[in-house]
Design a protein around this ligand. Structure first.
Ligand code: YNC
Ligand code: MG
Length: 388
């Protein structure tokens, strides 16, 4: 069934529910001297490149490959359109390896036709904090699909991760592979319902008119919570403490330090937005919310070319109810011109999704670990991890 994945150190479907298998690494690390020193072979016309994401030229090439060939919805109406600024942010966190930004070119024309990336992350699974690679942006040009190029890309990134003495990875995909640690669902909250209906993202509900729909999704002009403000650089230590304390309750979650929080959560225009609630009495940071910006290209529409979407990232409530905090997140996202606010059913998100008028999306997002076994499938609310 899965000619490639059956050969890999991942939980196999036949092992599901077998409690005798130990949790943790599936295969032990091998000595670095035994890691293959040369890249895997590509079909003759192609060559490997390491992508220097510091340069504008390389960023533009990667941007174009993804903008034209990356993930689409099931009906091929929308395609992710990660911005160059987003890609630079996503691919250069603290301690990143340039060798994990891997491209494939046509030798003759130099055209970029495939891509895969890893970035380092410390991820806690139960009590163990494990150095992992987060694998993302696997993309093969539409004209080169179904030629078994993806397994070669995956083996090559694995080799380069091993060369840095890292033996585990985390990734998400829309497809079911051996074997998800959790199956999550996206929910969507309309901010600009008229546009969402015009582009076919959503439909007018039964017995609903356009004006009733617009009224249903209307939001106040500014956040409700006193002390709600944008996160700043000096907030990094307080936000790190708040977030570390919060993420402890989940079975799988990132182990963020201050450098990670500065990189992943300090606001970056049109990439990541973060807000917090500062107590007027104690000046403590009591609550935090964040979202990242990922527009989608609208594939065949006369009137609109892109949808501006915000994706819920990490949120922590200790004093402000999560419902109120996320309502304020919706308000600021609306104010900034987003058309839709998306959230997975991970962490405690279930408590606000229905109440704040999110609707369930079609299609699911599967979470995976490579070379790490957990003996139980996790419910979405046991997951404290959001990948980009
Ligand atoms: C996928 N998304 O099952 P079997 S998500 C992993 N992730 O293998 P071919 C995938 N594997 O079943 P195509 C996958 N999609 O025979 C397919 N596969 O064992 C498997 N789409 O390869 C598939 N981006 O080259 C099958 O397929 C084999 O030409 C078939 O290429 C696939 O970034 C793809 O959705 C996805 O660009 C590149 O369809 C192509 O179709 C495409 O014949 C649009 O491949 C964009 C898209 C995927 C987004 C993502 C996470 C990727 C994770 C990869 C796994 C990482 C493992 C950990 C490595 C580090 C380890 C350490 C230490
Ligand atoms: Mg292929």
């Amino acid at each position: 069934r899965h000619k490639f994945w059956e050969t890999q150190p991942v939980g196999q479907f036949r092992d599901l529910g077998n409690p005798s298998l130990p949790e943790g690494p599936i295969e032990p690390p091998t000595p670095l001297s035994e890691v293959k020193q040369e890249p895997y072979n590509l079909p003759g016309p192609y060559e490997w490149i390491t992508c220097d994401m510091d340069t504008e030229e390389m960023c533009s090439e990667v941007y174009s490959l993804l903008a034209n060939n990356y993930v689409e919805d099931d009906e091929n109406m929308f395609r992710f359109n990660y911005s160059k600024g987003f890609l630079q942010w996503a691919l250069r966190p603290p301690g990143y390896y340039r060798s994990w930004h891997i491209g494939v070119r046509v030798k003759t024309s130099k055209k970029l036709v495939a891509f895969i990336t890893g970035v380092p992350a410390r991820i806690r699974a139960k009590d163990a904090v494990v150095n992992m690679a987060e694998i993302n942006f696997l993309c093969v040009h539409k004209k080169l699909r179904s030629k078994r190029l993806a397994p070669v890309m995956i083996k090559e990134v694995t080799r380069r991760v091993h060369l840095e003495n890292i033996w585990q990875a985390a990734y998400t995909a829309g497809v079911v592979l051996p074997t998800p640690i959790s199956t999550c669902q996206y929910w969507h909250r309309s901010l600009n319902p008229k546009k969402l209906i015009d582009v076919g993202f959503s439909r007018l509900g039964a017995r609903m008119t356009m004006s009733r729909t617009i009224k249903l999704y209307k939001l106040p002009d500014s956040p409700i919570t006193p002390g709600f403000r944008k996160m700043e650089l000096h907030d990094v230590p307080a936000v790190t403490r708040l977030l570390r304390g919060y993420l402890k309750q989940f079975i799988v979650a990132p182990d963020f330090d201050e450098n990670d929080v500065e990189h992943w959560l300090l606001p970056k225009e049109d990439v990541v937005d973060s807000f917090l609630v500062e107590s007027s009495e104690t000046h403590d940071v009591t609550d935090f919310c964040s979202f990242y910006t990922l527009p989608s290209t609208v594939i065949g529409n006369q009137n609109y070319s892109t949808l501006k979407a915000a994706y819920s990232y990490y949120n922590v409530s200790t004093k402000t109810p999560l419902l109120q905090l996320m309502n304020d997140a919706l308000i600021v996202a609306k104010k900034k011109g987003y058309d839709v606010f998306n959230a997975l059913d991970v962490m405690e998100n279930e408590v606000f999704l229905k109440e704040l008028k999110f609707g369930p999306g079609d299609g699911q997002l599967q979470y995976y670990l490579y070379n790490y076994r957990l003996n139980q499938a996790l419910g979405p609310s046991e997951l404290g991890l959001v990948l980009l």
